[in-house]
Design a protein around this ligand. Sequence first.
Ligand SMILES: [Zn+2]
Length: 236
Amino acid sequence: MKRTVCAGGRRIEYVLIQSVRRDVLLQALPEGVTRVYAPKAMRLRDIDELVRGNAERLGALHAEVDRKLDEDRRAHPVADGSRIAVEGKLRTLRLHAGARTRADVGEKAFDLWLPHPEDEQAVRAAIRAALSRRALERIRERIAALHPAIGGEYGRVAVRDQRSRWGSCSSRRNLNFNWKLIMAPPQALDYVVVHELCHLHEFNHSPRFWARVRAVMPDYEIWKKWLKAHGGELGV
Ligand SMILES: [Zn+2]
Protein backbone atom coordinates (compact mmCIF):
# COMPACT_ATOMS: atom_id res chain seq x y z
CA MET A 1 0.00 0.00 0.00
CA LYS A 2 1.29 3.47 -0.93
CA ARG A 3 1.02 6.25 1.64
CA THR A 4 2.12 9.84 1.84
CA VAL A 5 2.96 11.95 4.88
CA CYS A 6 4.21 15.50 5.25
CA ALA A 7 7.19 16.38 7.40
CA GLY A 8 8.70 19.84 7.61
CA GLY A 9 7.03 20.89 4.37
CA ARG A 10 8.36 17.86 2.54
CA ARG A 11 6.25 15.03 1.16
CA ILE A 12 7.37 11.55 2.05
CA GLU A 13 5.85 8.80 -0.02
CA TYR A 14 6.30 5.28 1.23
CA VAL A 15 5.28 1.72 0.44
CA LEU A 16 3.78 0.04 3.47
CA ILE A 17 4.18 -3.69 3.95
CA GLN A 18 2.34 -5.07 6.95
CA SER A 19 3.08 -8.52 8.27
CA VAL A 20 3.31 -10.58 11.43
CA ARG A 21 6.56 -8.88 12.41
CA ARG A 22 6.84 -7.15 15.78
CA ASP A 23 8.96 -4.14 14.99
CA VAL A 24 9.00 -1.43 12.37
CA LEU A 25 11.69 -1.35 9.73
CA LEU A 26 12.36 1.68 7.54
CA GLN A 27 14.17 0.92 4.33
CA ALA A 28 15.65 3.40 1.87
CA LEU A 29 15.88 2.02 -1.67
CA PRO A 30 17.38 3.58 -4.79
CA GLU A 31 15.43 6.24 -6.71
CA GLY A 32 14.05 7.71 -3.51
CA VAL A 33 11.78 4.75 -2.78
CA THR A 34 11.00 4.18 0.89
CA ARG A 35 9.63 0.95 2.24
CA VAL A 36 8.14 0.56 5.68
CA TYR A 37 7.64 -2.88 7.20
CA ALA A 38 5.25 -2.77 10.14
CA PRO A 39 3.20 -5.12 12.31
CA LYS A 40 -0.28 -5.93 11.00
CA ALA A 41 -1.94 -4.71 14.18
CA MET A 42 -0.33 -1.27 14.12
CA ARG A 43 -2.70 1.60 13.26
CA LEU A 44 -2.01 3.45 10.03
CA ARG A 45 -1.86 6.84 11.69
CA ASP A 46 0.70 5.54 14.17
CA ILE A 47 2.79 4.28 11.28
CA ASP A 48 2.48 7.66 9.53
CA GLU A 49 3.51 9.36 12.76
CA LEU A 50 6.54 7.13 13.06
CA VAL A 51 7.59 7.85 9.47
CA ARG A 52 7.13 11.58 10.09
CA GLY A 53 9.25 11.36 13.23
CA ASN A 54 12.01 9.62 11.27
CA ALA A 55 12.00 12.03 8.33
CA GLU A 56 15.51 13.23 9.03
CA ARG A 57 16.89 9.72 9.43
CA LEU A 58 15.19 8.64 6.21
CA GLY A 59 16.76 11.59 4.44
CA ALA A 60 20.19 10.48 5.65
CA LEU A 61 19.53 6.85 4.63
CA HIS A 62 18.51 7.97 1.13
CA ALA A 63 21.57 10.17 0.81
CA GLU A 64 23.73 7.15 1.70
CA VAL A 65 21.95 4.89 -0.82
CA ASP A 66 22.34 7.53 -3.53
CA ARG A 67 26.00 8.05 -2.68
CA LYS A 68 26.69 4.29 -2.99
CA LEU A 69 24.76 4.11 -6.26
CA ASP A 70 26.69 7.06 -7.61
CA GLU A 71 29.96 5.43 -6.53
CA ASP A 72 28.95 2.21 -8.33
CA ARG A 73 28.04 4.15 -11.45
CA ARG A 74 31.35 5.92 -11.55
CA ALA A 75 33.26 2.70 -10.86
CA HIS A 76 31.34 0.80 -13.54
CA PRO A 77 30.51 2.98 -16.52
CA VAL A 78 28.17 1.28 -18.99
CA ALA A 79 28.48 3.51 -22.03
CA ASP A 80 29.24 2.19 -25.51
CA GLY A 81 32.94 1.24 -25.45
CA SER A 82 33.17 0.70 -21.66
CA ARG A 83 35.06 -2.35 -20.46
CA ILE A 84 33.30 -5.17 -18.63
CA ALA A 85 35.02 -8.12 -17.01
CA VAL A 86 33.53 -11.53 -17.71
CA GLU A 87 35.29 -14.54 -16.21
CA GLY A 88 38.28 -12.34 -15.46
CA LYS A 89 38.68 -11.01 -19.00
CA LEU A 90 37.77 -7.50 -20.08
CA ARG A 91 35.37 -7.16 -23.02
CA THR A 92 34.30 -4.01 -24.77
CA LEU A 93 30.65 -3.15 -24.36
CA ARG A 94 28.88 -2.46 -27.65
CA LEU A 95 25.35 -1.15 -27.42
CA HIS A 96 22.86 -1.65 -30.23
CA ALA A 97 19.23 -0.73 -30.68
CA GLY A 98 17.00 -3.79 -31.03
CA ALA A 99 13.38 -4.68 -30.45
CA ARG A 100 14.27 -7.53 -28.14
CA THR A 101 16.83 -7.45 -25.31
CA ARG A 102 19.65 -9.82 -26.15
CA ALA A 103 23.27 -10.21 -25.05
CA ASP A 104 26.17 -11.89 -26.77
CA VAL A 105 29.41 -12.27 -24.84
CA GLY A 106 32.30 -12.88 -27.20
CA GLU A 107 36.04 -13.21 -26.65
CA LYS A 108 36.64 -9.48 -26.92
CA ALA A 109 33.22 -7.83 -27.09
CA PHE A 110 30.07 -7.77 -25.02
CA ASP A 111 27.29 -6.99 -27.50
CA LEU A 112 24.01 -5.87 -26.10
CA TRP A 113 20.81 -5.18 -28.02
CA LEU A 114 17.97 -3.41 -26.28
CA PRO A 115 15.06 -1.14 -27.21
CA HIS A 116 16.58 1.92 -25.48
CA PRO A 117 20.37 1.71 -25.47
CA GLU A 118 20.49 5.33 -24.26
CA ASP A 119 18.73 4.35 -21.00
CA GLU A 120 21.60 3.70 -18.60
CA GLN A 121 19.40 1.97 -16.01
CA ALA A 122 18.04 -0.39 -18.66
CA VAL A 123 21.57 -1.13 -19.89
CA ARG A 124 22.70 -1.99 -16.36
CA ALA A 125 19.66 -4.21 -15.76
CA ALA A 126 20.23 -6.03 -19.07
CA ILE A 127 23.93 -6.62 -18.30
CA ARG A 128 23.08 -7.88 -14.83
CA ALA A 129 20.41 -10.24 -16.20
CA ALA A 130 22.75 -11.61 -18.87
CA LEU A 131 25.61 -12.08 -16.42
CA SER A 132 23.32 -13.67 -13.80
CA ARG A 133 22.18 -16.26 -16.34
CA ARG A 134 25.76 -16.97 -17.33
CA ALA A 135 26.77 -17.15 -13.65
CA LEU A 136 24.13 -19.76 -12.87
CA GLU A 137 25.13 -21.82 -15.90
CA ARG A 138 28.83 -21.68 -15.05
CA ILE A 139 28.29 -22.32 -11.34
CA ARG A 140 26.19 -25.42 -12.13
CA GLU A 141 29.03 -26.68 -14.35
CA ARG A 142 31.65 -26.02 -11.69
CA ILE A 143 29.56 -27.73 -9.01
CA ALA A 144 29.22 -30.77 -11.26
CA ALA A 145 33.01 -30.80 -11.74
CA LEU A 146 34.02 -30.16 -8.12
CA HIS A 147 31.32 -31.98 -6.18
CA PRO A 148 32.61 -35.55 -6.76
CA ALA A 149 35.79 -34.72 -4.83
CA ILE A 150 33.84 -33.24 -1.92
CA GLY A 151 30.57 -35.14 -1.73
CA GLY A 152 27.54 -34.44 0.42
CA GLU A 153 23.92 -33.80 -0.44
CA TYR A 154 22.82 -30.38 -1.59
CA GLY A 155 19.47 -28.81 -2.51
CA ARG A 156 18.69 -25.91 -4.78
CA VAL A 157 21.39 -23.86 -6.48
CA ALA A 158 20.60 -20.18 -7.02
CA VAL A 159 22.26 -16.96 -8.04
CA ARG A 160 21.45 -13.78 -6.14
CA ASP A 161 22.13 -10.10 -6.11
CA GLN A 162 23.99 -9.61 -2.87
CA ARG A 163 26.04 -6.66 -1.84
CA SER A 164 28.64 -8.26 0.34
CA ARG A 165 28.35 -12.06 0.35
CA TRP A 166 29.91 -14.30 -2.27
CA GLY A 167 28.01 -17.40 -1.39
CA SER A 168 26.09 -19.17 1.30
CA CYS A 169 24.95 -22.64 2.24
CA SER A 170 21.64 -22.72 4.11
CA SER A 171 20.64 -25.17 6.82
CA ARG A 172 18.46 -26.79 4.13
CA ARG A 173 21.64 -27.30 2.10
CA ASN A 174 20.60 -24.84 -0.57
CA LEU A 175 23.55 -23.14 -2.22
CA ASN A 176 23.41 -19.44 -3.10
CA PHE A 177 25.99 -17.54 -5.07
CA ASN A 178 26.57 -13.92 -5.92
CA TRP A 179 26.14 -13.30 -9.66
CA LYS A 180 29.12 -10.92 -9.61
CA LEU A 181 31.40 -13.95 -9.30
CA ILE A 182 31.04 -14.43 -13.06
CA MET A 183 33.09 -11.25 -13.50
CA ALA A 184 35.98 -12.58 -11.40
CA PRO A 185 38.73 -14.93 -12.64
CA PRO A 186 37.39 -18.52 -12.90
CA GLN A 187 39.61 -19.62 -9.99
CA ALA A 188 37.94 -17.13 -7.66
CA LEU A 189 34.54 -18.54 -8.63
CA ASP A 190 35.88 -22.06 -8.08
CA TYR A 191 37.08 -21.07 -4.64
CA VAL A 192 33.59 -19.91 -3.61
CA VAL A 193 32.02 -23.08 -5.06
CA VAL A 194 34.50 -25.26 -3.14
CA HIS A 195 33.95 -23.19 -0.01
CA GLU A 196 30.17 -23.63 -0.08
CA LEU A 197 30.37 -27.33 -0.99
CA CYS A 198 32.68 -27.90 1.98
CA HIS A 199 30.01 -26.35 4.20
CA LEU A 200 27.89 -29.41 3.36
CA HIS A 201 30.22 -31.23 5.77
CA GLU A 202 31.28 -28.51 8.18
CA PHE A 203 28.85 -25.73 9.08
CA ASN A 204 31.63 -23.51 10.39
CA HIS A 205 35.02 -22.08 9.52
CA SER A 206 37.03 -24.39 11.76
CA PRO A 207 40.54 -25.67 10.90
CA ARG A 208 38.81 -28.87 9.75
CA PHE A 209 36.71 -26.88 7.31
CA TRP A 210 39.76 -25.10 5.85
CA ALA A 211 41.63 -28.40 5.60
CA ARG A 212 38.79 -29.70 3.42
CA VAL A 213 38.93 -26.62 1.21
CA ARG A 214 42.72 -26.92 0.91
CA ALA A 215 42.51 -30.60 0.00
CA VAL A 216 40.41 -29.73 -3.07
CA MET A 217 42.02 -26.39 -3.89
CA PRO A 218 45.56 -26.10 -2.51
CA ASP A 219 45.97 -22.48 -3.63
CA TYR A 220 42.59 -21.33 -2.33
CA GLU A 221 44.16 -18.59 -0.19
CA ILE A 222 45.27 -16.67 -3.28
CA TRP A 223 41.67 -16.49 -4.51
CA LYS A 224 40.24 -15.77 -1.12
CA LYS A 225 42.59 -12.79 -0.93
CA TRP A 226 41.83 -11.83 -4.50
CA LEU A 227 38.13 -11.53 -3.67
CA LYS A 228 38.90 -9.48 -0.60
CA ALA A 229 41.09 -7.09 -2.58
CA HIS A 230 39.09 -6.87 -5.81
CA GLY A 231 35.57 -7.98 -4.94
CA GLY A 232 34.46 -4.36 -4.63
CA GLU A 233 35.38 -3.78 -8.29
CA LEU A 234 32.94 -6.43 -9.49
CA GLY A 235 29.40 -5.51 -10.47
CA VAL A 236 27.71 -3.13 -12.89
ZN1 LIG B 1 31.78 -20.05 4.79
